[in-house]
Design a protein around this ligand. Structure first.
Ligand code: SF4
Ligand code: SF4
Length: 379
């Protein structure tokens, strides 16, 4: 056991060997690794020093940071503060101003080429980047400076990976994903608004264990978490397959937990681990708790997914052999009422969408194009 390692810290905290080994086994399972990987994870956590991490907050709302510090499993949440050496994070550190910046520079000098750079928020290009400045530098300059000495860069959250809400039409600050700025280092995209905390802890454990970034999808995301659609693991999937759909949020289908596709669920085009990992130690995830998935992990998601409560066009349902739009109401026995209500909801949502999105994302033809674009195929 190396002094200063994660296991060293865990022992000092009174964490038993049994709990530590369970944590390693859970991590391997989460990363999609088989049992033979567990000893390697154990060895890495016993012997490797905690890696320094610089965490930047660029154009964002801090919901990703909130998620980051709320990893549910006790050892995962401890990982945030103890497995890594979180040297710089503006939203958590007590230091401010010159004092804070000097900590960042010191970490960069002492651990050049070794530290992990986590970036939350998008960069901004408009007017030379003046819409986001930190410590007297634009976000772009800060990002480049920090990325130069990093071993790897993790773009954490949808702002950092796809510019998210700031990047939505008309994108006044010209917000861009950080891989548009960082060209000389591997960038691991961990999208979500916010991402699931265990995804970033799992990504860091993988890096610690194997000394390299995890296998990525064609879009640059860790395969272990972003290879499957929310739809594939959804707790309501049986209802989709059976053609049983919620038509209104207060109808009988909603009370019975039926599929949310017709009230706007974008789970069929969202590649994310929400349905598998869930949130808050596996308590629930948005769809399970009654809200449609908004596909927040997908590129251009805000423009593509709004209006949020209008459904995707033409997602085939092979199990029921047809278009879900024509199925489900009869089962409720409220067809007429349902059609009017659903039409009303869609029209109301469409009206809002048209106002907010001159590109006309509610138009069925354009929506099909948007859906096609959103549904980027993952490996
Ligand atoms: S459409 Fe949404 S609610 Fe329905 S099964 Fe797919 S992910 Fe679940
Ligand atoms: S359920 Fe959908 S909208 Fe919600 S966090 Fe997961 S991918 Fe994002």
């Amino acid at each position: 056991m190396k002094k200063g390692s994660y296991y060293d810290w865990a022992r000092q905290k009174g964490i038993s060997r049994r709990d530590f080994l369970r944590f390693c086994a859970m991590t391997a399972a989460m990363l999609g690794l088989d049992a033979t990987a567990v000893p390697r994870i154990v060895e890495a956590l016993e012997n490797k020093s905690r890696p320094p991490v610089i965490y930047l907050n660029l154009q964002e709302c801090t919901c990703c940071g909130e998620s980051f510090i709320r990893s549910a499993h006790p050892l995962f949440s401890d990982l945030i503060f103890n497995m890594i050496s979180l040297d710089y994070m503006e939203t958590l550190q007590a230091a401010a101003g010159t004092q804070a910046e000097s900590v960042r520079l010191k970490t960069m000098q002492e651990h050049y080429g070794e530290y992990i750079l986590v970036v939350e928020g998008s960069a901004t290009l408009a007017e030379g980047g003046i819409y986001c400045t930190i410590g007297g530098m634009t976000a772009n300059e800060l990002l480049k400076e920090c990325a130069d000495g990093a071993a790897a860069v993790i773009a954490y959250g949808s702002c950092a990976t796809n510019a998210c809400v700031q990047g939505a039409h008309p994108n006044p600050t010209q917000a861009v994903p950080i891989r548009r700025i960082v060209k000389n280092k591997p960038v691991i995209d961990v999208p979500g608004c916010p991402p699931i905390a265990e995804v970033i802890t799992g990504t860091i454990v993988h890096y610690l264990t194997f000394g390299k970034i995890p296998e990525l999808t064609s879009l640059g995301r860790p395969k272990a978490f972003y290879s499957k659609r929310v739809h594939d693991g959804c707790t309501r999937r049986a209802f989709f397959d059976a053609g049983q759909f919620v038509e209104r949020f207060d109808d009988e289908g909603a009370r019975k937990g039926w599929c949310l596709y017709k009230v706007g669920c974008k789970g069929p085009v969202a590649y994310n681990a929400c349905a598998v990992t869930e949130w808050n130690d596996g308590v629930s995830f948005p769809v399970k708790s009654g809200h449609p998935c908004m596909a927040c992990s997908e590129n251009n998601w805000y423009d593509s997914s709004t209006p949020f409560y209008a459904h995707l066009a033409e997602i085939p349902n092979e199990a029921i052999g047809g278009n879900p739009d024509h199925i489900g109401l009869a089962a409720l026995g409220v067809a007429g009422l349902g059609v009017v209500a659903h039409g009303g909801i869609t029209a109301a949502a469409g009206g809002r969408g048209k106002k907010n999105h001159p590109a006309g994302s509610t138009d069925a033809k354009q929506r099909r194009q948007v859906t096609k674009k959103t549904n980027d195929k993952e490996d």
